[in-house]
Design a protein around this ligand. Structure first.
Ligand code: 13P
Ligand code: SF4
Length: 327
């Protein structure tokens, strides 16, 4: 992105409107593309070139001809962009934007468990959710997201054992949908795990016409009660197409911004967690990327995502297999 030559106002002196104008100016100057996940703050979503779920964002990152990809999402998403398009500079406004699911599968432990399992089942296939580190991707056979996982599992011959990692809720949901028994890693998402069926039932009493819609990272009992289960993009599409006008949304609350934009006359209520007063439906990692940090990262050309070229090489194959299987 080059060295800073112009003189710039201190970030504290810029209001939100000026920050947005500066971000857009820097984007043109640096030939950058801004990709944002649905869980980002509304103001970040609104200035992005593309907003989407993790599969759509991976595709955009793979196809872009911009010099720099500014990823407004979490670390594993920015790493995925780097793996799929390694000659590009990939920036993430806050490098601490991690993910509890990715943290639940440290690469050393994943390698050790995989080696043990492969000794027992030599033809085992490791299907790993995209919410994992680049090192774990490099050890896996195929990557999936919540929008293509079912298709990918069905593509594996019946007699081949599958290790599904790291989300045990998504894994259990897929087992039920496909009838396929799998070995499940024991990871969860701190946001989706916090929703409470007891409190959602209370919400449904208050809104008897509402439909409960849920991301498959939620617990089993919530998914069984939901009227519709899907990835963030699938949930958004469902609210647009449904004739219902009220929805209890059991996923990160950032998606409600796009739901309200697409259907301004419909009502979207964030599902409640067990703990009263907790802002659990907001992902603390996603929300690290503020407008200010986005501005500073575009100004300074950092923080940048760096990966070992050998890891990129090994992690690309399972990601490309995912892309091939989700055409
Ligand atoms: P999507 O693939 O549905 O965008 O989900 C990503 C994620 O992190 C959900 O918590
Ligand atoms: Fe990870 Fe959960 Fe945040 Fe998604 S919502 S990025 S799975 S911690």
């Amino acid at each position: 992105m080059g060295t800073l030559v112009e003189s710039v106002a201190p970030v504290q002196q810029l209001d939100d409107e000026q920050l947005v104008a500066e971000i857009l100016r820097l984007k043109r100057e640096r030939n950058a593309v801004i990709l944002a996940h649905y869980y980002q703050y509304s103001e970040v979503q609104d200035l992005a070139d593309f907003v989407g779920d993790s599969l759509e964002l991976s595709r955009k990152a793979q196809q872009t001809d911009a010099d720099t990809i500014v990823f407004c999402g979490v670390h594993f998403m920015a790493e995925t962009a780097k793996i799929l398009n390694p000659t590009k500079r990939v920036l993430l406004p806050d490098l601490a934007a991690g993910c509890s699911l990715a943290d639940s599968a440290p690469a050393d432990e994943f390698r050790r468990v995989l080696e043990q399992l492969r000794a027992e089942y030599p033809n085992l296939v490791a299907i790993t959710y995209i919410n994992c580190s680049a090192e774990v991707k490099a050890l896996s056979d195929i990557i999936c997201t919540s929008s293509n996982a079912e298709r990918i599992i069905r593509s594996i011959p019946e007699n081949v054992p599958i290790l599904f990692s790291p989300d045990r809720n998504l894994g259990a949901y897929l087992q039920r949908k496909t009838g396929r028994k799998m070995l499940l890693w024991n990871g969860t998402c701190i946001v989706h795990q916090s929703f409470s069926l007891r409190r959602i039932e209370e919400q449904l009493i208050g809104y008897p016409d509402a439909e409960l819609i849920a991301h498959p990272e939620c617990e089993d009992a919530i998914l069984a009660r939901a009227h519709f289960v899907g990835s963030t993009s699938a949930l958004l599409r469902y609210t647009i197409e449904s004739s219902r006008t009220t929805f209890i949304v059991a996923t990160e609350a950032g998606i409600i911004h796009q739901m309200e934009k697409a259907s301004p006359y419909k009502r979207f209520i964030p599902a409640l967690p067990e703990q009263e007063g907790c802002r659990c439906s907001e992902c603390p990692y996603m929300k690290l990327n503020t407008l200010e940090k986005l501005y500073l990262c575009m100004l300074r050309g950092e923080p940048e995502v760096h990966l070992d070229p050998a890891v990129i090489e090994r992690a690309r194959r399972p990601l490309e297999r995912m892309m091939e299987l989700s055409q």
